[in-house]
Design a protein around this ligand. Structure first.
Ligand code: FES
Length: 144
């Protein structure tokens, strides 16, 4: 997991969870831009704008928390994109993405066909197109 921080916000990015629907790039390009290094400029928009965008991240690859002393309204920092929200969520959400993967959000354990524990976490994207190079996880190959 990679982190990007300023005095008001910490953004976390889990690249292995990203399903490349580009929700962040299309909706807040001043912060999320693949042409830049690093690709996340945490100072490219207000922390409130970044929080609202991350709350819509479909895969859970992006999340946030508020550092001590943050000037952001603490209630705003408790949205569905909050790092802690996902840990406290009482249920698991399963969503089918149009022409894309199955998203599973919420504390989960993924087992393989033999019953061996494959992965634990708060968000998984499972391939349903059959094109992934990292089965059973979506790697964005469905775009092609
Ligand atoms: S659904 Fe994304 S790679 Fe198959």
């Amino acid at each position: 997991m990679r982190t990007y921080q300023n005095q008001d916000l910490i953004v976390y990015w889990k690249p292995e969870n990203c399903i490349h629907v580009a929700n962040c790039i299309h909706n807040l390009p001043s912060v999320f831009n693949k042409k830049n290094r690093p690709w996340i400029d945490i100072n490219g928009a207000s922390p409130e704008e970044i929080i609202k965008l991350i709350d819509t991240c479909p895969s859970g690859a992006l999340s946030y928390s508020l550092p001590e002393g943050s000037r952001v309204d603490p209630d705003l920092g408790k949205g569905p994109g909050s790092l802690h929200y996902r840990h406290e969520a009482p249920q698991v959400e399963v969503r089918l993405m149009k022409n894309g993967p199955i998203l599973i959000k919420g504390p989960s354990i993924l087992y393989d066909e033999s019953g061996a524990q494959l992965k634990t976490g708060d968000a998984f994207s499972l391939c349903r197109c059959g094109k992934t190079k990292n089965p059973p996880f979506c790697d964005g190959s469905h775009r092609y």
